[in-house]
Design a protein around this ligand. Sequence first.
Ligand code: URA
Length: 205
Amino acid sequence: MNKARQLNEIHSKWFKDCVCELQKTATQPVPGVGNPEARIVFIGEAPGKDEDEQGQPFVGRAGKFLNEMLTSIGMKREDVYITNTVKYRPPNNRDPLPEEKSACYHWLADELNCIQPKLIVTLGRHALSNFVPEARISDVHGKVLKKRGHLHLADGNSIVLSTEYFFPLYHPAAAMYNGDLRKVIIEDFKKIPEILKNYAASREV
Ligand code: URA
């Protein structure tokens, strides 16, 4: 089965089976979108108001900023895969709780293990903490981290991922209206093509 069909099946399954409590208040789930063959996956925190309304990740103001940065490195949304840690909007955009993240990790892990990206770009400290809980974003943004990917579940188990390279960025929503952070994220973003060339040239693991 090709990856596009596999991803559709993954989304259909988790539309039914996801046990995240946030579905009680969200309008709809927001699955990842993009190229199933992408070598790079961007992971945010959680859908906001626009995403909750439209059912697609990063379609609001932060998403427009993300699109601009993709354009600046000669990429389009269709070249990459974009998803979130949790698939439902938290009420009033509060931080997702550990158990909400854990409930959505199965969906995220299925997306990642289907696509098997060479590079995972984490957007913001929440997305970073999924994979590298000990790291501080102010120390590691704009640096490639090599680590076997794991998602740690609330019950103490973890899901192993095939991806080994992580590239943490500040969250576009946090950076877009903050002059200093905006410069930092734009500069960090420009490193992506070189990183893909150096660390993620082939699809073989
Ligand atoms: N912020 C996120 O983390 N994800 C979105 O989809 C939109 C804003």
